[in-house]
Design a protein around this ligand. Structure first.
Ligand SMILES: [Zn+2]
Length: 148
């Protein structure tokens, strides 16, 4: 399925906010349907409502800043040297792939992702967190959102 470009972009913005507030580094799954999306990250605690409010507020600040969502092609070895394997999250890229497309929101999020994305974060629209489900025993936190 090809995700909605606003939702795919929102996943990058949300991931950056989750990383800043909770320190969660790795995405385990993403899902998009219409203007709804879901991000799951490795996380072994139950976040507080205040933390999740902070995530939502930081994500919306980054959207309001209307910063570019850049996509660059780069040699795989160079990308791994420069950014580390965190660019893959939990989605392995087959070893025969030698060129990667990185999606970059400067100072916020960097991921190996082909998109589609909007050109700047302002085009995402407002992000509302709908619910979150923490499963510390499975080392997973799922965050559902909607774009309005
Ligand atoms: Zn993407």
């Amino acid at each position: 399925m090809k995700a909605n470009e606003r939702v795919d972009s929102a996943l990058h913005v949300l991931k950056g906010a989750v990383q800043k507030v909770l320190g969660a580094e790795l995405t385990t799954s993403v899902f998009g349907d219409g203007l709804n999306g879901r991000l799951a990250v490795e996380y072994d605690k139950k976040p507080t409502q205040e933390q999740m409010d902070e995530v939502e507020s930081l994500a919306n600040q980054k959207i309001a800043e209307d910063v570019p969502i850049q996509m660059i092609e780069i040699e795989r070895a160079a990308a791994e040297n420069k950014y580390g394997k965190v660019i893959y999250d939990k989605f392995p890229v087959p070893s025969h792939i030698t060129k990667l497309t990185l999606t970059i929101i400067d100072g916020w999020n960097i991921n190996c992702c082909l998109g589609p994305h909007v050109k700047t974060t302002g085009k995402i629209g407002q992000l509302k967190l709908r619910k979150f489900r923490a499963r510390p025993a499975r080392n997973e936190l799922e965050i559902s959102f909607e774009l309005v």
